[in-house]
Design a protein. Structure first.
Length: 333
């Protein structure tokens, strides 16, 4: 089964609809996994080996406007700058748009504005593909439900299936070969005191994409077989922590989950490390603060930046130690 088969399955005759508006736009939040997705059971459909769980970052994300252009090729703008359609990202975008042309000479103009640093492990492709799917759904008036929108977003980038929702989101791995049971669903809990701090250490593009890194990890790490078991344990712990508002359990589990993912990556060959010296220095500072009794934890994705986890009652204290920190309240309080 390939991506195009899944799109046909979901859209049916709607694939041939004409645009209902001149343009349509949509916003999708970026999401940070508290229990990570690392490794695919199907590379074509971005089907994961394990389930994962994330928190969406409120109004941090991507707003995408999509329209049909008279030009002979697609046009893509990212924060006002033309996207090079021959770059890796450009090719991924075009291949994704190909899924929705239905053998017609349709060309799209995609204009995206983001409120987060790009490609620095801040999951920008996640909100980008989610916003694009939401905007296409409006443009063509497909009227898809969130489950199907999530599946379409996953075809662009796995973690994008979680960016269809705000708040806590679980991506159930599913077991079906066509992935129709692999999508994000909201966990209906709010936690107004929960804060996420973005500690930007480096804004440069990462030198190995998460896509390539996760495949290399599966192919070469002797530790990878331990990962699904670790995720099973951490998923139940994170869900319990969310339900009981047990911040220490949430922080500890999320940090341990991220460090295990990075540890397994280090054991891949050639080794993969997203650590910069400043990343490690920040971790050590967090561990020291914790020893002094501060309830502060972190998580890290496929980049050198850290996302700090703490409660609003400690926001000022945390900010006094990390002055550049951008603090986000995912539940908008
Ligand atoms: C470390 O979703 O970017 O952020 O499916 O290949 O596009 P593709 O990968 P992607 O990987 C995200 C990896 C992660 C962990 C996570 O968000 O769960």
């Amino acid at each position: 089964m390939n991506k195009s088969d899944v799109v046909k399955l979901i859209l049916g005759e709607r694939l041939y609809y004409l645009p209902n508006h001149l343009s349509a736009n949509a916003f999708a939040p970026t999401n940070i996994a508290l229990c990570k997705y690392w490794g695919k059971r199907d590379q074509e459909l971005n089907l994961p080996v394990t389930s994962s769980l994330s928190i969406s970052l409120g109004n941090k994300g991507a707003t995408t406007e999509v329209s049909i252009t008279e030009q002979t090729q697609d046009i893509a703008l990212l924060n006002g700058e033309p996207v090079n359609l021959f770059s890796n990202f450009g090719k991924r975008l075009i291949a994704f748009l190909d899924l929705f042309r239905a053998e017609r000479a349709l060309h799209f103009k995609i204009d995206t504005q983001t409120t987060i640093p790009l490609a620095a492990g801040l999951a920008s492709s996640a909100c980008g593909f989610a916003a694009l799917v939401l905007a296409l759904n409006k443009l063509f008036h497909w009227q898809l439900d969130a489950q199907h929108l999530s599946i379409l977003a996953r075809l662009g980038s796995g973690s994008a299936c979680r960016s269809i929702w705000s708040g806590f989101v679980e991506w159930n791995r599913g077991i079906d070969a066509d992935g129709m049971d692999s999508y994000g669903s909201i966990i209906p809990e709010v936690w107004p005191e929960l804060c996420v701090g973005l500690l930007i250490i480096n804004r440069n593009e990462k030198n190995i994409s998460s896509r390539e890194a996760m495949q290399r990890t599966i192919d070469t790490s002797v530790l990878y077989p331990l990962w699904p078991e670790k995720v099973n344990h951490d998923l139940s712990a994170v869900k319990k922590a969310i339900h009981e508002k047990d911040f220490l359990l949430l922080g500890k589990t999320a940090e341990s989950n991220a460090l295990t993912m990075h540890g397994i990556m280090l054991s891949a060959w050639p080794p993969i490390s997203y650590f910069l010296p400043e990343t490690v220095a920040a971790m050590q500072k967090i561990w020291e603060l914790r020893q002094q009794g501060v309830a502060l934890y972190f998580t890290q994705d496929a980049g050198p930046n850290l996302k700090l986890l703490f409660l609003s009652s400690d926001a000022e204290l945390v900010k006094s130690h990390f002055s550049s920190l951008e603090i986000i309240s995912p539940f908008g309080v």
